[in-house]
Design a protein around this ligand. Sequence first.
Ligand SMILES: [Zn+2]
Length: 219
Amino acid sequence: MDHGPRTGARVALTFDADMTDGMLASLRAGRVKSYANLRILDLLEREQVPATFFLTGKWVKRYPDVTRRIAGNPRFELANHTYGHAAFTADCYDLPRLPVDKLAGDVAKTFEVIAPYGGRQTRYFRFPGLCHDAAALDALAPLGVTVVDGDVVSGDPFATAWKPLVRAVLDHVRPGSIVIMHVTEANAAMTDEALPHILAGLRERGLVAAPLSEVLAGG
Ligand SMILES: [Zn+2]
């Protein structure tokens, strides 16, 4: 899925929660303070904005309290972004690659980590770096997941200014859009600054943020 029906006014704000062993090492060494941007949650909660979070298993294990906070919000949906953000295809940025026979197990294990938190669980799945091919899709078929990419890429990873993110989103968003952002703070440091402007721009355009399931259902 890249987007929902182009009718109505709903758009999905989605936030990826990446976590790799390298990121965990950076946290342990004190090189990085946080990969969980609580200012994003503060804003979404304060403004009562629905959102969908694509969680890696390693992020959930590192941030159980934040995961509990996400699961406890009836406006938030929880989705799967693999266990440790490895590549599911060849040549996916610089991510180390998982062999094809390990893909289904990786995704299943991630659901097992997320499920106990309850809340609005889904079978939505997003590939790291959005990298997928026929072999990867075949491997995941038995799991009954819905693969979700998006049609609006904010470009927030490693951004150094917030205005380009706002422009990237508002220039492309329309009814049914799925907006891709990150809740990883140190690796997406401008997202919380861009978000209020993005929300204001959506309102100006008559668009309304909704959980991904409602965007895909249309209306
Ligand atoms: Zn990711």
